[in-house]
Design a protein around this ligand. Structure first.
Ligand SMILES: [Fe+2]
Ligand SMILES: [Fe+2]
Length: 238
């Protein structure tokens, strides 16, 4: 196992490249979340929800800045050009209604939360210093987001539309984890950068949202509809 030292340059090439990739991906996800929720502010129906959403946007923005600062400090470069290019190449879909914003808030954000938990005991010490705080804040806005989304899905007059939105954002949530059982995963686990393979995290994520999905009265989308590489043994019961 690679020694946990604080200077990225002292690490071997593969290790530091993996850490750089982790920070870039997280910076992208945090800023994408801030932009998507920011865009969605136009659909917020009342002051209570406005407060919640504005607070959420602020938190995602701070997470982005925390990762960007860590990146600058340890690579001597700005992550901004990379993130900007990535957002242009792979823009996060924007929501087009309050229902969709609620569902996106629930599933995209929950995916990111589960992904981050895998870095909790990261062998690169500087990452651990920011990840704990981010996870704590993510946990703080999770349950409220789910409550709003479940209520919106239950109330949705157009069930077919709600089901379509659910499939779209479940896919986005699952994409947070990367492909299961690939070489990058194996290496990151081997050197202690992350805890488990994406396949295991996907299963936890599905288990975690199961009760809320049940409460919405929606169905799991088919594998074909999701179009994400998934482990065979996911429990799709409801
Ligand atoms: Fe975040
Ligand atoms: Fe979040």
């Amino acid at each position: 196992m690679t020694e946990a030292t604080t200077t990225l340059k002292q690490q071997d090439k593969k290790y530091s490249e993996t850490v750089i990739q982790m920070m870039r991906s997280q910076a992208y996800r945090e800023l994408a979340a801030a932009q998507m929720f920011g865009h969605g502010l136009q659909f917020v129906p009342d002051i209570k929800s406005l407060k919640f959403m504005a607070w959420h946007i602020q938190e995602e923005t701070e997470h982005y800045i925390a990762v960007a600062q860590l990146y600058q400090q340890h690579t001597g470069e700005s992550v901004e050009p990379w993130v900007k290019e990535r957002l242009q190449e792979k823009p996060i879909p924007f929501s087009s209604s309050w229902l969709e914003l609620g569902v996106a808030q629930w599933l995209y954000d929950r995916g990111g939360f589960w992904q981050l938990q895998e870095y909790e005991n990261c062998s690169w010490e500087p990452y651990r210093t920011i990840i704990g705080k981010i996870i704590k804040e993510e946990r703080g806005h999770q349950s409220l987001g789910a409550r709003i989304a479940v209520q919106l899905c239950q109330d949705a007059e157009n069930r077919a539309e709600a089901q379509k939105i659910f499939a779209k954002w479940l896919r986005q949530g699952l994409l947070s984890f990367g492909r299961p059982h690939n070489e990058g995963n194996r290496y990151a686990i081997e050197v202690g950068l992350k805890k488990r393979d994406s396949a295991e995290v996907m299963k936890d994520f599905i288990d975690d949202i199961r009760e809320d999905v049940k409460a919405t009265g929606l169905e799991w989308p088919s594998r074909e509809e999701l179009g994400v590489e998934l482990p065979e043994d996911i429990d799709w019961s409801l």
